[in-house]
Structure formats: structure tokens, C-alpha cells
Design a protein around this ligand. Sequence first.
Ligand SMILES: NC(=O)c1ccc[n+]([C@@H]2O[C@H](COP(=O)([O-])OP(=O)(O)OC[C@H]3O[C@@H](n4cnc5c(N)ncnc54)[C@H](OP(=O)(O)O)[C@@H]3O)[C@@H](O)[C@H]2O)c1
Length: 255
Amino acid sequence: MNSLFDLTGKTALVTGSTKGIGRSMAKGLAAAGAKVIVTGRKQPDCDAVASDLAAESGGDLIGMACHMGDWDQIDALVERAYAELGKLDVLINNAGINPAPVMLADCTSEYWDKVYDVNLKGPMRLAAKVAPRMGAAGGGSIINITTMGAYHGGPAVGVYTSCKAALHNLTKVMAAEWTGLGVRVNALAPGPFMSEMMKGADRVRPGFADAAGDATLMKRVADCDEVIGSILYLASDASSFVTGIDLKVAGGMSG
Ligand SMILES: NC(=O)c1ccc[n+]([C@@H]2O[C@H](COP(=O)([O-])OP(=O)(O)OC[C@H]3O[C@@H](n4cnc5c(N)ncnc54)[C@H](OP(=O)(O)O)[C@@H]3O)[C@@H](O)[C@H]2O)c1
């Protein structure tokens, strides 16, 4: 049964994999046999994490910097990925930002654009550039990382949660448009994970992490590595008949 999750011979690109849950995803995919591209904004950071994860996982990883708010960089990333790896079987749109909360009455055009550019417009562009090439090579799996907050509205987090809700919708659009190419597209909605983002939110709003943990049935915040099993499921043939869903990995948090 292990072969269902085996990624030997596959290639994977994980955006935002220098830290947090993306780093764990890259590690897990590499341990399962995939050659993995680690991305973040700075090339030296990508190289360092790729090297660290190769040592931790025994796998094969390479760093390629890309700012997900910049379409020119996204297009260049795709060209570089195909030039150096020849194909992409798995794409995970994980990079995301959740800046200090603002009430809608205080939201500036710059704040809105920054959050939407990185969390929604960039992932759409990257997936749209990769899917046809994935299809031409026989298919693949695209996973968009959203949030449990996408199912709710709450004060001061609406810019972040609304773009993630839109990403849920775009996931279904992508699945509908690309099933004929053999490309499956699913979303993974994380609950609270103890990443850099979570630590940052807890610094801005002390007690945030504990409250987020308390909002789960399991009454805790997850370790980043607890995302690995679910991401391997969506990335591999274990989910060969699954497309257009959003998988909640959230300790029973309601959504
Ligand atoms: N942690 C949670 O509890 C939680 C809950 C729900 C949803 N999520 C979602 O899960 C994803 C990962 O979150 P995380 O908590 O692991 O975050 P994190 O610890 O802050 O890590 C974010 C990653 O994204 C990269 N990144 C940030 N801005 C970028 C940009 N403009 N272009 C390219 N890469 C960028 C960072 O790399 P560099 O800094 O090296 O550029 C880093 O690798 C996000 O989409 C987030 O919305 C997380």
C-alpha cells in the first residue's frame, strides 16, 4: 500500500517552503521520493533550506527564489523549473501572508493589493502557467493552501480570509477547467499550526495561538510536520479520484 503514496521519479514545487508548513511539506514530499523545488523570496534562503532538508529527509531538493506577488518572477520560476527539472508533477501554492489585522474602515488600497497579490493572484497565475504543461506531460496534482478562516468572517481579518475564500472557489474552477488535462486540483485548509506566521500573530495579539488551539476539538496548535500526511495524500495517487475538494486539516475546528 505504500506505493500509493510513493513519489519516486516525480517532481514537486512548493511555494513558501523556506519556513512553516511549506517547509514541512517540502521535507515530506522529498522523503517520499520527489525531487522538490523550495521557494521563498530570497535565493540564499531557498538554497540553505534545500540543503538542510536534503540532510533531514535524505531526498533531493533545489532552491529557486520567487516573489509570489510578481507575475514576471512567477513566469521566470516556471521557465527555470522546466529548464532544470524537465517537468512538474505536483504544485503546491502554499506561500501566503497575513499582515497585522486591519478593520475594513482602515484598509488601504496598498494593504488590499499586497494581500490579494500574494495570496490569490499569484497562485492563480502560477497554476495557470503550470497546468497546461502538466497536462501535456500526462497530468499532475495542484494543491492550494487556504485557511479555516475562509469559512468565516471575523473582525480585522477580512482581507486575508476573503482572498482565501476566493481561492477555495478558484480551486473548483481550476478543477473544472483542467480535469480534461489529467490535472487534479484541491485545496487544503489548515487550522492552527505553530509556524512563523502563527508566532508572529501571537506576538501582535498575545494569546492568539492559545485561543486558536482552543477553537479546535483537539484543543491544541499543530506541529508543522502534522501537515505531511495530508499533503502526501493529495499529491500522490492515493487521491487519484479526488478533485475540487477542500480538505480541512484542523483538529476538528468547525468550518
Ligand atoms: N500557520 C497556520 O496556522 C496557518 C493557518 C491557516 C492557513 N495557513 C496558510 O498556510 C500557508 C503557510 O503559512 P505558514 O503559517 O507556514 O507561514 P510562514 O511560517 O509565515 O511561512 C510563509 C512562507 O511563505 C514565504 N513567503 C512569504 N511571502 C512571500 C512572497 N511574497 N512570495 C513568496 N514567498 C513568500 C516565506 O518565505 P520567505 O520569508 O523566505 O520569503 C515562507 O516560506 C499560508 O498560505 C497561510 O495562509 C497557515
